[in-house]
Design a protein around this ligand. Structure first.
Ligand code: HEM
Length: 219
């Protein structure tokens, strides 16, 4: 059972992101083709095609990244179909770049609904995704599989981060009715969330990676 733990966990995560992946992909596609994208989502700005195209492509690429990153890490894919792992790896790298750069472009041109604090942390999140994706590919090409694995773990945590962000909200609203959260995303809960959806998960991943290295080291 222990052998299959990581595969089961990765499949469960990928399946659970399904609703958000469909939501993100469909809003992105509709925003891209609509003449009044603001009717599709409040993130679009009528009359500003560059902003809208950037954030719409970001949503479509982000959807692929969210579900694709955990599936890409499945041990069976890595071992049995290395060619598929390689090709899909480059595809995910492209998706990570479009997601991160599209989000950063949107922040630069329009800002976020929650103001500078949300913009700051979303920008850090975007830069972290770009940095991790670049390192995953760099160390794969360098044949340094230990570092490739470490950066891939960090990238998966970040790739599902946007889904985690929505899950935190869903749980919080179900439990409290939305205390300390508002439509402008300026409540205390909103302000904590822009950090809490990825930083603590990255720290836990880092601890697990260190523990794994220590365990593998001969006494
Ligand atoms: C990892 C996959 C990602 C997916 C699937 C995704 C998806 C989405 C979706 C669907 C929206 C529209 C808001 C909503 O209806 O909930 C959105 C908004 C946004 N995303 Fe992402 N996103 C991802 C990653 C990122 C990253 C890495 C950044 C950082 C650069 C980012 C920055 C933004 C910004 C700035 C907005 C607009 C926020 C606002 O003002 O409301 N996203 N994203």
């Amino acid at each position: 059972m222990r052998r299959y733990f990581s595969s089961i966990l990765l499949i469960l995560v990928a399946l659970n992101t399904g609703w958000f992946v469909i939501y993100s992909g469909s809003v992105g596609l509709r925003g891209l083709v609509s003449e009044a994208p603001r009717d599709v989502s409040r993130v679009f700005v009528n009359g500003y095609p560059a902003i809208n195209a950037g954030i719409a492509l970001h949503m479509i690429a982000g959807a692929l990244l969210t579900v694709g990153a955990p599936l890409q890490a499945l041990p069976i894919v890595r071992r049995r179909w290395p060619g598929l792992h390689r090709r899909f790896g480059y595809t995910l790298f492209g998706a990570a770049m479009v997601t991160g750069l599209g989000g950063l472009l949107y922040i630069g041109l329009n800002g976020t609904v929650g103001g500078w604090w949300m913009s700051l942390w979303f920008a850090i999140y975007g830069l972290a995704i770009i940095c991790c994706a670049a390192n995953v590919v760099y160390f794969a090409m360098d044949k340094d599989m230990v570092r490739h694995f470490r950066w891939a773990v960090r990238l998966i945590v970040l790739a599902v981060g946007s889904w985690i962000y929505r899950m935190h909200y869903a749980i919080w609203y179900a439990a409290t009715g939305g205390i300390a959260s508002n439509r402008d995303f300026t409540g205390l809960f909103d302000q904590v969330q822009v950090v809490a959806f990825f930083v603590p998960y990255l720290l836990v991943a880092e601890l697990l990676l260190r523990w794994r290295t220590m365990k593998a080291r001969p006494a």
